[in-house]
Design a protein around this ligand. Structure first.
Ligand code: C2E
Ligand code: CA
Ligand code: CA
Ligand code: CA
Length: 272
């Protein structure tokens, strides 16, 4: 029994160190990923429910790791935050997304095409953020009205007054701000009322409950009517089925994003 116990301990220990080593490996290679051009953006359409036209795209980062292949943000965003590398990576995302959008706008004569970019908490807290955003607009040549910044409630609540100031700076230039993953956080009417944003995105965990007759449906209804009473636009993410669209339309939500229309795809696979 003693030997078994020891073996078990060793296996456990080996697994532990393997996990730590993998994370260290990933951390190491993350340092060079930007210089090596290993990041790539995929794009997912946001669709108008009235005309079924593509309004714009959300840019979603992937890491083309030389050893592990294409990694989703879940595998490296936290690491990038911890190491502070998210600041440079985020700046690259802004530049790349805006540059790509300019190409689409010119090539396809769609000057109004929008691009949504996700920010991380650290990026949002960076005092230089507004300047970096304005520079991406300038360098790419897209209009400020084409750019949507996606932030989350948790990011805003870390320093509410400062967040309002940052958002005002962005919106004063015509940039749109959308509140992502809405419903999973604190979602209080009183703070939402004070927050200078243009739209909220209902989290997909609520959308995929729509035809299941659960309490989440009541939350979807509440979010839509709350958004309406505050004069905010409302976007549904994670739209996967026709039933979702039928329901959302009936409730007055007319902007959708999800696998029903397209998964996120590389720029060259985007069909406008
Ligand atoms: P998010 O901003 O909420 O992005 C939506 C996520 O839902 C994406 O995952 C997208 O692929 C996925 N999705 C879209 N439609 C559907 C659907 O119909 N069904 C299902 N099951 N999933 C759907 P992805 O690309 O893996 O990104 C995960 C998260 O990583 C994002 O969540 C965002 O928080 C973060 N992220 C992505 N790109 C960036 C970036 O450039 N910078 C930062 N800071 N974070 C990013
Ligand atoms: Ca997002
Ligand atoms: Ca989201
Ligand atoms: Ca989400």
């Amino acid at each position: 029994a003693k030997i078994n116990g020891k073996n078990r301990y060793e296996i456990y220990d080996a697994r532990m160190s393997e996990q730590i080593r993998e994370e260290l490996d990933l951390k190491q290679s993350l340092h060079h990923a930007l210089d090596n051009g290993e990041f790539i953006l995929h794009y997912q359409p946001q669709v108008c429910g009235k005309t079924f036209e593509v309004i714009g795209y959300e840019a979603l980062i992937r890491w083309n790791h030389p050893e592990f292949g294409l990694l989703s943000p879940y595998h490296f965003i936290r690491l990038a935050e911890e190491t502070g590398m998210i600041i440079d990576i985020g700046e690259w995302v802004l530049q790349e997304a805006c540059t790509q959008t300019k190409q689409w706008q010119m090539k396809d004569q769609r000057p109004g095409l929008k691009i949504a970019v996700n920010l991380s908490a650290q990026q949002f807290a960076d005092a230089l953020l507004p300047q970096k955003v304005f520079k991406a607009l300038e360098d790419s040549g897209i209009n400020s009205e084409s750019l949507i910044i996606e932030i989350t409630e948790t990011m805003v609540l870390q320093d509410f007054d400062r967040s309002i100031d940052t958002l005002n700076q962005l919106r004063a230039e015509g940039i749109k701000v959308h509140l992502d993953d809405f419903g999973v956080g604190f979602s209080s009417l009183s703070y939402l009322n004070r927050l200078p944003v243009d739209a909220i995105k209902i989290d997909r965990s609520f959308i995929n409950q729509i035809n299941k007759d659960t309490t989440e449906v009541a939350i979807v209804n509440a979010i839509i009517s709350m958004a309406k009473s505050l004069g905010l636009q409302v976007i549904a993410e994670g739209v996967e089925q026709q039933e979702h669209i039928t329901y959302l339309k009936q409730k007055g939500c007319y902007e959708y994003q999800g696998y029903f229309f397209s998964k996120p795809v590389p720029a060259q696979c985007v069909s406008l």
